[in-house]
Design a binder for this molecule. Structure first.
Ligand SMILES: Cc1cc2nc3c(=O)[nH]c(=O)nc-3n(C[C@H](O)[C@H](O)[C@H](O)COP(=O)(O)OP(=O)(O)OC[C@H]3O[C@@H](n4cnc5c(N)ncnc54)[C@H](O)[C@@H]3O)c2cc1C
Length: 455
């Protein structure tokens, strides 16, 4: 007599027409993200694997898959392009990784907004909207490969947040359509604040099928690097440029020495030991930006017009936010990073204080943005010379003690990261409503532990 089929074998047997990925090497790769930026997460997660990966192409395929997984009690971990940083797409209890990249249509674009399926890549969206004179309001430096659903489920914001704040700021996401994880899945439209109860929850509170987001008017952006001999002059320029209300901009990043020494691909533009400011300002605003740089003693070492950027397919945006970390890790594997946010209005003073406190051990990389209240401030993704997990913890505590908020990137439980310890009751209610059996990305919310298929 044949042995009974396992739940996973049964799933594949019941749905033979889906695009299954069964090759162990590909499953291993599609079970991981960029958690290896953290030595702590790398140790905890690098061996975790899905049992299967599936790439549905239609809502019907997604519905059949979800229904069967619920009946067979198989965990489901949604995945976009797997560029998240905290093991967000790594299944802790096996089961199925649901790769959404095959579900990727742009549904409509209107003045100021668009609607698209969750698996569409942001680079593709940006290309399509630019053709009509609009662009994404805020996008991660991974926009080339990252998906819309992945940004919503695991991201925060990025390029453009200097104008529009984080993705979570009201108006950036207008609504969504999500599927419940039930034997008979329901599809529900959520608007405004209710939709945001699925944001940055790592695919634990609902499977997002479509998103409606706000758009910005597109500009031709000039990409520049300005270099400085002094820390304070570079930081002063970055802060003034970020604040300058008449200089339209999409991005301002500050790299204190020796961070620029780690950006090997830009080395010919970054003299050794310099402090640097990377910016995207509207081409029409070049002259006032240059005046401001000159006042602070800055020299422009890199300048590309929007047309040059487009032709070369090379953009400084891919040196900002966590791309800075990625480039630095390529040249020095002993580094790791922090994610922190400063108090608006005190950010320059706090950055200087942290620089003095950790000189040589924590290397300052700050990004200018508007916070949820619209106030200009900085987030930092500092590089850290890693010595031990204990010291890393101590460094984070020393920041907290000085009112620098740490969004801990070395944890894989949602509550322990940016959520700051706990989730509001309405988010937990959303979890119970959309995932009553706790099958979505189990183990990432504190009260929904990881359980193997059929357990
Ligand atoms: C080099 C580098 C630079 C980065 N820069 C930035 C940055 O500037 N700003 C920023 O915010 N982030 C940044 N990130 C993190 C990440 O790239 C972004 O958040 C990105 O938007 C994630 O998209 P993704 O498609 O890769 O999502 P994934 O990593 O595949 O997924 C992210 C989370 O969303 C969930 N998810 C995916 N699709 C769905 C869906 N349809 N329904 C429900 N849940 C879903 C997943 O389960 C997972 O928990 C960076 C990461 C790296 C490695």
């Amino acid at each position: 007599m044949n042995a009974p089929l396992s739940a996973i074998e049964r799933l594949q047997f019941e749905l033979p027409d889906l695009d299954w990925i069964t090759d162990p090497g590909r499953i291993a790769r599609l079970s991981q993200d960029f958690a290896w930026f953290s030595p702590v997460l790398d140790r905890q997660l690098k061996d975790k694997r899905a049992d299967l990966v599936v790439r549905p192409r239609t809502e019907d395929e997604i519905r059949s898959l979800v229904g069967a997984c619920v009946r067979l009690e198989i965990p489901i971990t949604p995945r976009g392009s797997g560029t998240g940083n905290y093991g967000q797409t790594t299944p802790l209890a096996g089961g199925v990784v649901l790769d959404m990249t095959g579900y990727n249509a742009l549904q409509w674009v209107r003045p100021g907004s668009l609607r698209a399926q969750a698996g569409i890549r942001l680079g593709e969206l940006e290309k399509q909207t630019r053709a009509g004179g609009q662009e994404l309001r805020c996008m991660p430096s991974t926009y080339r490969s990252a998906t819309l659903g992945g940004l919503f489920g695991g991201g925060f914001g990025g390029v453009g947040s200097i104008n529009y704040g984080p993705l979570g700021a009201p108006g950036n996401v207008l609504g969504l359509r999500a599927m419940t994880i039930e034997a008979e899945p329901q599809v529900i439209e959520l608007r405004g604040a209710e939709a945001m109860r699925m944001h940055h929850l790592w695919g634990t509170t609902g499977l997002v099928l479509e998103l409606e987001i706000g758009l910005a008017p597109a500009q031709p952006w000039l990409e520049t690097l300005a270099v400085f001999d002094e820390f304070d002059a570079a930081l002063g320029f970055a802060d003034k440029l970020a604040h300058a209300p008449g200089i339209a901009k999409r991005e301002v990043a500050f790299f204190a020495s020796p961070v620029p020494d780690h950006l090997a691909q830009l080395s010919e533009h970054l003299p050794k030991g310099c402090h640097a400011v990377l910016s995207l300002v509207a081409e029409a605003c070049e002259a006032p930006m240059l005046e401001l740089a000159a006042v602070h003693g800055g020299r422009i070492t890199y300048r590309k017009t929007a047309e040059e950027v487009q032709k070369s397919n090379r953009t400084l945006m891919e040196f900002t936010w966590n791309h800075t970390t990625l480039h630095a890790l390529k040249v020095d594997k002993s580094l790791t990073y922090l994610q922190s946010s400063f108090v608006a209005g005190r950010h320059v003073q706090q950055i200087r204080e942290m620089e003095r406190l950790f000189e040589g051990e924590v290397l300052m990389h700050a990004e200018f943005l508007r916070n949820m209240d619209g106030l200009l401030t900085c987030s930092a993704l500092q590089l850290v010379r890693f010595t031990s997990e204990e010291r890393l913890e101590e460094i984070m505590q020393m920041h907290r003690d000085r009112e620098v908020r740490i969004n801990n990137p070395h944890v894989f439980i949602v509550e322990d990261g940016k959520a700051g310890g706990s989730l509001p009751p309405e988010v937990l209610a959303m979890k119970r409503r959309f995932d009553p059996k706790g099958l979505l990305n189990p183990g990432k919310l504190r009260d929904w532990p990881a359980q193997k298929a059929g357990a």
